[in-house]
Ligand binder design. Structure first.
Ligand code: COA
Length: 322
């Protein structure tokens, strides 16, 4: 079987909603500023005892049920996350145990906001080469844990959530192509500048939070996403008008609109959730995709382009026939 097809989608959002009005009480900002610069109205925040693997598990169970499969038939688990529960084992291994699966490959992918696109690209290659038949790919984040809640230039942007898909080997067309890129020269523009090997002792201090040069990130993101749209279409000899739906990474409505314009696609064929979820990093595309599948906007046979950009910088796209 040559193709890999999405057979089920799922998502999960924590209950707690943090509105712009709530943020006005925490930092010097206004809802009007946040909405006009980013399109974000509210975001979800994980409960004190809720961790990335909890969100991942709920989304994964929804996707497994939508695909109408038994969890034990999954033979590859990839979790895209920047906010794993533990340094190790990987969140994918923790999730594997929760789902009662034993023995299949399970690993995390760290490509920040492009993580889910990377996960799809990797899983598709496992399936195409016959190394897997039924993959679970999850994007899950508790970014609220690495936010400096005193920094108005970042704390208004991010949120928590999870999304998942089941990708199965198929005789009919599914993923058409995936395109993955990175350029580490931009490492300082969007970063949490401490980790395990370096600065571990600072993990509970100011340096352990997201730091971002927002307008530089914005500029590179818009240019890069414009290029990935062209690259994806050219690789498949396709025209802009062949795309039915754009499911972009949800970071900022102005970045989304710039990419939609580049693709010449009308805004009612762009899935937008950034207003309700903020930027949930690796979770943002599967969350948006699941919403549009479940409410009937994305239908079987539609051609969908997913694209993302994130810290690294990393960027990429997945083109698929749903
Ligand atoms: N409320 C009010 N004012 C704020 C603010 C907030 N929450 N955050 C920043 N400001 C202020 C700044 O301090 C600055 O004030 P100054 O001119 O007095 O110095 C002013 O607003 C303009 O800041 P600037 O950073 O130039 O605004 P911007 O139009 O670039 O918008 C972002 C800021 C962060 C919304 C925008 O740059 C962006 O979305 N960047 C990309 C971020 C992103 O997507 N990151 C993830 C990629 S995966």
């Amino acid at each position: 079987m040559k193709y890999s097809k999405i057979t089920g989608t799922g998502s999960y959002l924590p209950e707690k909603i943090l509105t712009n009005a709530d943020l006005e009480k925490i930092v010097d900002t206004t809802s009007e500023w946040i909405v006009s610069r980013t399109g974000i109205e509210e975001r979800r925040i994980a409960g004190d005892n809720e961790f990335t693997c909890d969100l991942a598990e709920a989304a994964a169970r929804n996707a497994i049920s939508a695909a109408n499969i038994n969890a034990k038939d999954i033979d590859l688990i990839i979790v895209a996350t920047t906010t794993p529960d533990r340094i190790f084992p990987s969140t994918a291994c923790l999730l594997q145990e929760r789902l009662g699966i034993h023995g299949c490959a399970a690993f995390d992918v760290q490509a920040v906001c492009t993580g889910f696109v990377y996960g799809m690209g990797i899983a598709e290659k496992f399936i195409r080469t016959g190394s897997a038949k039924r993959a679970l790919i999850v994007g899950a984040e508790t970014l609220s844990r690495i936010i400096d809640w005193r920094d108005r230039s970042t704390c208004v942007l991010f949120g928590d959530g999870a999304g998942a898909v089941i990708l199965e080997a198929s005789d009919s067309e599914g993923i058409i192509s995936s395109h993955l890129h990175a350029d580490g020269k931009y490492k300082e523009l969007l970063t949490v500048p401490v980790g395990v090997s370096s600065g571990h002792e600072k993990l509970k201090q100011t340096e352990a939070y997201i730091q971002m040069q927002g307008n530089e990130v914005f500029r590179v993101a818009v240019n890069t996403l414009g290029r990935i749209v062209d690259e994806t279409l050219a690789a498949n000899n396709m025209k802009k008008s062949d795309i039915t739906w754009l499911v972009p990474h949800q970071a900022n409505i102005r970045i989304i609109n710039a990419t939609a314009k580049k693709l010449g696609i009308s805004t009612d064929h762009v899935v937008v959730t950034v207003n309700k979820h903020g930027n949930t990093s690796a979770a943002s595309i599967p969350l948006a995709f699941d919403e549009a599948v479940r409410d009937g906007r994305i239908k079987r046979g539609d051609t969908v382009m997913m694209e993302a950009f994130g810290g690294g910088f990393t960027w990429g796209s997945v083109l698929l026939k749903y």
